[in-house]
Design a protein around this ligand. Sequence first.
Ligand SMILES: C[S@@+](CC[C@H](N)C(=O)[O-])C[C@H]1O[C@@H](n2cnc3c(N)ncnc32)[C@H](O)[C@@H]1O
Length: 282
Amino acid sequence: MSAIYLEFDFKVSPKTPFTDILMAELGSVGFESFEETEEGLMGYIQKEFWNENALQDLYSFENPLVEISYEQREVEQVNWNEEWEKNFDPIVVDGRCTVRAPFHEKATTEYEVIIEPKMSFGTGHHETTHMMIQLLLDTDLKEKDVLDMGCGTGVLAILAEKLGARHADAIDIDRWCYENSLENVERNSCRNIDVYEGDANLLEGKEYDVVIANINRNILLQDLEKYAAVLRKGGVLLLSGFYEDDIPILKEKCSSLKLNFTQKLEKNLWVALKFLNLRQIH
Ligand SMILES: C[S@@+](CC[C@H](N)C(=O)[O-])C[C@H]1O[C@@H](n2cnc3c(N)ncnc32)[C@H](O)[C@@H]1O
């Protein structure tokens, strides 16, 4: 039996760069396939996975710099692979790391991550993923234990292993992301990554040298204490998923946890921050 899909016709103004951002975010809430249109994009999601509140939580709908409207209708299933293959180009970060789909040609960069995103966030197209990749490329990961919290497709944990990490835990609260990360870990022949479905409550008793969390301002504020509690002295914390305006409150929270701010990256109003842990844990 073929699945019933909902087709959303999104009108995005201004179209650039916000259509790409919206597409990446829709991927994180279950949209499987996209098609660019004159005024924005069409997005498709299986009816059984659609949740009326899903769009409200997306950054794009809160962003004052963009106006988004949409109409929706029910459609029969089509060949989604073919659809999204047309719409997903490989991403190259700083000339050093390519994130590509299995059907793209092998990359010529030093590092390559192969991702079949299906329904999960993390193809490298989103500014926050891009900046986290940049920060990871500049962090010493050799023989380090890494936590990738909110792993999406698993892209950051996979890159961490390729950069020499001893071990990575990749955790996501979303079932689809958990399953997709497992598939992508296998696809990249990673041997040292464990994937879990869950949240910061899974961290008790763990210890890491590097903690990566690209989620959103509110979850980060809520869970930073738990991330700090598992970060070894001298360890690195990489955060993204928020805007320039959110920096003061996040820095204040980190400072109260003795996490020392060291670096900021910025792309289309999105931000990524790097902190060092100055205190002993446990
Ligand atoms: C912005 S995406 C980042 C995905 C990927 N790490 C990347 O950089 O592209 C955020 C992810 O965090 C997950 N998430 C949301 N709340 C979470 C929580 N409390 N604990 C763990 N993961 C969470 C979402 O399901 C989503 O996959």
